[in-house]
Design a protein around this ligand. Structure first.
Ligand code: UD1
Length: 421
């Protein structure tokens, strides 16, 4: 279903269960490529389009899978293919997470460059540089990466930017490299720890220290294991903001509250009252938010994947908020769509200047990417009248059953097919 219609204005109320994290599931699924004749079992795998794309990629490479609810078992034969098909890599950037494990396990791989997307250019130079430092020979011809290494060797690698994907790719490559790999200035997102835990389960010694340095002692062969995908902090945060923007009372359950510290700190500053339980957060009704200044940056900073949803929420604050984006260059395109709904957002370089307005109005808008779509849903939930959001296909990449979850909270939401053009 590619169109969502929302009639806004109802304060949401109730409890939402959080899905497994998309950004944790994708790398841990890719890590099964390290196995030979063994299985990886994952609990809490979300049912998302991006997960299906990763399943298609793994199937093309020779992995067989079984799904029982949210539990998935990946059986990896002795021999697999090392060539990632172009149409899947183009469909989802995270397909590049196959690079490290395929190279380490097969000694070579062919993977098309993933290309840019609507939030920025998103190169993988840091992934490639790290692999070359570990001894890989890499050539890029006609947009395709040809990588080869009979045996990767552990090295000290410094990342110029704490890239999530580069950290994950290099960790997986290091699992089968000879000797110790020390990666410095790594990403510190909770999803990195989830991957580290899988690699430990596979018999690899991984020390994450939690300080932006990861040490990995490679092994000759990894063993099968079982692991649980962590809760999706971005999905949970989006529902928290759905409560806030509608002046409702929403509890998100099955979460790790500490993963949401940056959001909760900003909500507190904006005057929102909330209760933090051991695995839940409840936000209480707020009449009008106070404006705040935010900088989206790598974890534990405020997540860039929550920046559009936070901007949407601040469109109704009582004053001027400033939101700076430091991770992706082009992550404000959605602001035009919010302005069509009556928001007052001006973009100056890397900063959105949000002059709060008293109300938003429903309009016909387009989700240009995953989190942009989530931001439009939030605005629509608070707006007067009906909003039609087209291109929901982006939202299904990362939000499981969002229509059902919103309805259960009392929202007036309907899905429909787009008309044939
Ligand atoms: C992951 C998340 C994505 C999130 C992002 C930042 C997954 C599947 N996706 O994406 O949802 O928005 O982290 O939190 O986990 N960069 C380079 N060269 C590289 C790699 C990255 O210049 O080799 C730049 C990117 O263009 C971007 C920044 O570094 O500007 C962050 O990218 P990165 O942390 O790698 O994000 P992803 O792993 O692609």
């Amino acid at each position: 279903m590619d169109v969502m219609r929302i009639r806004g204005g109802t304060p949401l109320k109730g409890v939402v269960k959080t899905q497994g994290a998309k950004n944790a599931a994708l790398p841990v699924m890719a890590s099964c490529l390290l196995l030979k004749g063994r299985t990886l079992t994952l609990e809490n795998v979300p049912d998302l389009h991006d997960v299906s794309t990763m399943l298609d990629l793994l199937a093309c490479l020779g992995v067989t899978m079984e799904r029982l609810g949210n539990r998935m078992t990946f059986s990896v034969p002795e021999e697999i293919s090392w060539e990632a098909p172009e149409h899947l890599v183009r469909k989802m950037r995270a397909s590049s997470l196959a690079l490290g494990p395929l190279l380490a396990r097969c000694g070579k791989t062919v993977l098309p460059l993933p290309g840019g997307c609507s939030i920025g250019s998103r190169p993988i130079d840091l992934h490639l540089k790290g692999l070359m430092q570990m001894g890989a020979k890499i050539e890029i011809r006609n947009g395709i990466v040809y990588a080869q290494a009979d045996q990767l060797r552990g090295r000290r690698i410094y990342l110029d930017f704490p890239s999530v994907g580069a950290t994950e790719n290099l960790m997986m490559a290091a699992a089968l490299a000879k000797g110790e790999t020390i990666i410095e200035n790594t990403a510190r997102e909770p999803e990195i720890e989830n991957l580290a835990s899988v690699l430990r389960g596979m018999g690899v010694t991984v020390d994450t220290e939690g300080t932006g340095c990861v040490r990995i002692k490679g092994v000759e062969e990894v063993q099968g294991c079982r692991e649980r995908v962590i809760p999706d902090r971005i999905e949970a945060s989006t529902y928290v903001l759905a409560g806030v923007i509608t002046g409702g009372e929403v509890t998100v359950d099955d979460i790790v509250p500490a993963h949401m510290d940056a959001l909760l700190a900003k909500l507190e500053e904006a005057g929102v009252r909330f209760h933090v339980g051991s695995s839940s957060v409840t936000v209480f009704p707020v009449r009008r938010l106070m404006p705040v200044s935010i900088r989206a940056m790598p974890y534990p900073g405020f997540p860039t994947d929550l920046q559009p949803q936070m901007v949407a929420t601040l469109t109704l604050a009582n004053g001027v908020s400033l939101v700076e984006e430091s991770v992706f260059q082009a992550r404000f395109l959605y602001s035009e769509e919010l302005n069509r709904m009556g928001a007052n957002i001006t973009i100056k370089g890397d900063t959105a200047i949000i002059q709060g307005v008293e109300r938003l109005q429903g309009a016909s808008v387009r989700a240009m990417d995953l989190r942009a779509g989530a931001a439009l849903i939030l605005a629509a939930l608070a707006a007067e009248g009906e909003t039609r959001i087209d291109e929901m296909v982006h939202v299904w990449r990362g939000y499981e059953a969002s229509d059902k979850k919103l309805k259960a909270l009392g929202a007036d939401v309907a899905l429909e097919e787009a008309e044939e053009k």
